[in-house]
Design a protein around this ligand. Structure first.
Ligand SMILES: [Zn+2]
Length: 826
């Protein structure tokens, strides 16, 4: 667990400072003798009962709420597991009984759920080493300080954290100063913005214009903390793009493409370049660009009847007519006549010749007596249908509304019915030997630029294979899978009918939301339909409402489009990289991408090595984007998506990373671009003009610049597949004799995860993992207070292990790394 290491002889300093360590006894004491009060919200002291650290399992967020409301402090070690939430608590025997009575499960030391890449818990015996609290002055830490330029303007972006950031009375303020280059003094104090999300303090941050690159910054908190840090370059040192080579062919896509065009071109590419390309058809057809034909007739409110055809509109539903007929006479029963596709409802008459059929009665008659033409008929929304239905002025034609084209829709008829989605697979060796890269565009229908961006990348690969050495290396060493539109039904709807459509076309609504006036609100948000961090498990950002734009679906993987993605990554296990391409926003994301709002419990964070690899990849990808026309995706928009944007429960990235170990990126292409004429950032849109005037927000420019980024992702994958260079690492400062306590940390030669021990055992993949101080920060610092030997090894993102150490075997060579910090007795 994340904070477990805190309780061994080494203290991870910053994590300590901000939180009361309920599990840590006073200096020098044996934790077993602790009589400290347990649980922040409990007033009574539980002494002199003995306390112990136990792991507990809660069924979910509801139980967590209940337990916290009862006064138990479960702040530490909380984690979502597939069966609920696990937590740690220091409890007395009486409290354990109390929790058990509430339905909480008490776990043994070895019973907890472990993600495959998580270290096992440290046993209480190993934890019971000397622990010393720190009086710590550094209450401010610099998280990031990035310098970038765009179109002649410099910017400084800073994130800094205070350990007192959660405090609200008074709120801690932070002042940022910068120098004007090496050797100059600090100046220009600015107040930083406090960033709070879901009730949790995240950090303070600022982005501002500067004319000269600072060398250092200083952040001072209102409580007296001071932190200084050096400024790093962001996207300033990128390699020239492939497009800088005059012989390189690019700019293939000359306008937006609807799904039929995208798929036709994909199939054409496979035919034209059979040596390096083929089509893989996804097995689950979509639910279709189709709808039942409908009408709301008979009146308004309680008198309205909603009728839907049994057949899809294009399969005969649109030919059905319904007429409500007022016959002369008295005491006539409700009856239905059917002739061909014409349904006539003969309304009932009462003794005085008045109309007498209610909407509920007419709906029932339509369902049961229309000879199968109408299979769904009901009162309007939540009405009971008690109103008397009025006759129609003639037959009312039911319609699926799909012939009603929106202004500006492309010419041509769209095929109705379920679609088969082709995957364009490009690679010289498509046999699993090379790392696979999945590019998945247009999960969200209205996002048109991701589709053209992905198509442009595909065109560049096949057209340059024979003539460009860099492209040849990509095609020879990767196995690319491109889904140019993963939501063809919704995309057709966006192109032809309703431009703002986000979801697919599946209508999961019950009668209260099934009338045709709701038709633009149906569908499942495909990027909320996956299994990890799902809204079905209490994560935030997915809706249970079938008319919400983030509707998560009736169950996990309910939709064919999401089932297909899982099918693909299970069939092609060489897929190790994935980019879910969206618009618009100018963001690049990875995990965590979802959290439980109460307590802001995220899905498990990637280990430090993965996090570093993500950052390194992001910097390469975004440097290539910038190389086209100076578009900068700012560092505040890069990272775990739930850290920098919001929680999106059940997104595809969480599933592919946690279930399949795929480096799964999410991209929001087409964000704000800096406009030097106005000195402001100008925002993007879902369907910007293909060529803008001026060309700041433009589908064409976005397609070209972000295709650069996709090409770079291919290069990263190709290099990853060839990477057999072992990482090296070191403890800084190194082993040796120290007069007093010393702060140490690990450094690695490349993005790599370190597994270490301090208890004399050989390190394994189950040993504690070296963690970040806090999210978005570098590795933790250990405060070593007594002589300690570190044993460790590092593993890079491609799986190479330092010194060829074999952590799994009983190999007695034991060629892990080790260093002893000898601390002189005080
Ligand atoms: Zn999207």
């Amino acid at each position: 667990m994340r904070r477990r290491q805190l309780r061994i002889a080494l203290l991870a300093l910053p994590a300590l400072v901000g939180s009361v360590l309920m599990a840590t006894a006073p200096a020098g004491a044996d934790p077993a003798d602790s009589t400290a009060p347990v649980g922040s919200g409990r007033s009574q002291l539980e002494s002199p009962d003995q306390v112990r650290l136990v792991r507990i399992q809660l069924s979910g967020a509801d139980m967590l709420d209940k337990v916290v409301a009862a006064g138990f402090d479960l702040e530490h070690g909380l984690r979502r597991v597939p069966t609920g939430i696990e937590a740690e608590a220091v409890l007395t025997a009486g409290q354990i009984a109390e929790l058990e009575a509430m339905g909480v499960e008490i776990l043994g030391d070895d019973e907890g759920f472990a993600w495959s890449d998580e270290a096992d818990p440290v046993s209480p015996a190993r934890r019971a080493q000397a622990v010393q609290p720190l009086s710590h002055e550094a209450t401010v830490r610099i998280v990031r300080a990035d310098w970038f330029t765009t179109k002649g303007q410099g910017f400084l972006y800073v994130e800094a954290r205070t350990t007192e950031g959660q405090q609200t009375n008074p709120i801690v303020t932070m002042q940022l100063e910068n120098d004007s280059g090496a050797g100059t003094s600090f100046g220009s104090a600015r107040t930083m913005s406090r960033f709070v999300d879901s009730g949790q303090y995240m950090f303070h941050r600022n982005l501002f214009k500067l004319d000269a690159r600072p060398n250092q910054i200083r952040v001072t908190s209102s409580t007296g903390g001071v932190g200084t840090g050096y400024v790093s370059n962001w996207l300033e040192d990128g390699a020239p793009p492939l497009t800088a080579n005059p012989a390189y062919k690019w700019d293939f896509v000359d306008g937006y493409r609807h799904p039929q065009q995208l798929y036709r071109r994909a199939e054409e590419i496979a035919r034209q370049y059979p040596d390096i390309a083929e089509i893989v058809y996804l097995p689950n057809k979509t639910n279709g660009y189709q709808r039942k034909a409908q009408a709301t007739i008979g009146g308004t409110g309680q008198a309205a009847v909603v009728a839907s055809s049994a057949a899809w509109g294009h399969e005969g539903g649109n030919d059905v007519t319904v007429e409500f007929v007022d016959r002369p006479g008295t005491n006539l029963p409700l009856a239905v006549e059917v002739a061909g596709k014409a349904v006539r409802v003969l309304l009932a008459k009462d003794a005085s010749g008045g109309l007498a059929s209610t909407a509920a009665q007419v709906a029932t008659a339509l369902r049961t007596q229309s000879q199968g033409l109408i299979d769904r008929a009901h009162p309007y929304r939540t009405n009971a249908g008690t109103g008397i239905v009025a006759p129609t002025s003639g037959p009312v034609a039911l319609t699926d509304f799909l012939d009603q084209k929106r202004a500006g829709a492309p010419e041509g008829d769209v095929p109705r019915g379920p679609a088969t989605i082709p995957v364009l697979r490009i690679g010289k060796h498509r046999d699993g030997r090379n790392p696979g890269v999945l590019i998945q565009a247009q999960d969200h229908a209205r996002e048109w630029v991701p589709a053209t961006t992905s198509l442009e990348a595909a065109e560049r690969l096949v057209h340059n294979y024979k003539s460009d050495w860099e492209t040849k290396k990509i095609v020879d060493n990767t196995d690319v899978f491109l889904i140019l539109s993963n939501n063809p039904d919704g995309a057709n709807y966006s192109f032809y009918n309703f431009a703002s459509q986000r979801r697919n076309m599946t209508n999961h609504c019950a009668d209260d939301n099934a009338d045709p006036a709701r038709r633009n609100s149906w569908g499942v948000d495909l990027n909320r339909n996956y299994r990890v961090g799902s809204g079905h498990d209490g994560y935030a950002g997915g809706s249970t409402s079938c008319v919400s734009d983030t509707y998560q679906g009736p169950e996990k993987l309910s939709e064919p489009e999401s089932k297909n993605i899982i099918w693909l990554v299970e069939k092609y296990r060489n897929i190790k990289f994935m980019m879910s391409v969206h618009s618009n926003g100018g963001q690049l994301f990875w995990q965590p991408g979802a959290y439980i709002a109460d307590g802001r419990i995220t899905t498990p964070r990637p280990p430090l090595g993965d996090e570093a690899f993500y950052w390194q990849s992001a910097s390469r990808i975004l440097s290539q984007v910038k190389a086209h026309r100076q578009t900068v995706v700012t560092p505040e928009n890069v990272g775990g998506s739930s850290d920098v944007l919001y929680s999106s429960a059940g997104n595809v990235r969480e599933d592919l990373y946690h279930n399949y170990g795929i480096y799964a990126f999410g991209w929001e292409v087409g964000g704000s671009v800096y406009n030097p004429a106005t000195g402001t950032w100008q925002g993007g849109s879902f369907q910007p003009p293909w060529v803008g005037t001026p060309d700041l927000v433009s589908g064409h420019s976005e397609t070209m610049e972000y295709a650069n980024g996709i090409m770079e992702m291919f290069r990263i994958a190709a290099e990853w597949g060839k990477d057999n260079k072992k990482p090296t690492s070191s403890l800084v400062p190194g082993g040796g004799k120290y007069a007093g306590p010393v702060d140490v940390r690990f450094e690695t030669s490349e993005p790599a995860t370190i597994y270490y021990t301090t208890d004399g055992s050989r390190p394994t993949l189950e040993s504690p993992r070296y963690q970040a101080t806090e999210f978005r920060e570098p590795g933790q610092v250990f405060h070593v207070t007594e002589t300690t030997t570190f044993r460790w090894f590092s593993v890079d993102s491609a799986g190479n292990i330092e010194q060829n150490y074999d952590p799994a075997s009983n190999d007695t060579r034991n060629n892990y790394r080790q260093a002893t910090i000898t601390v002189a007795a005080q």
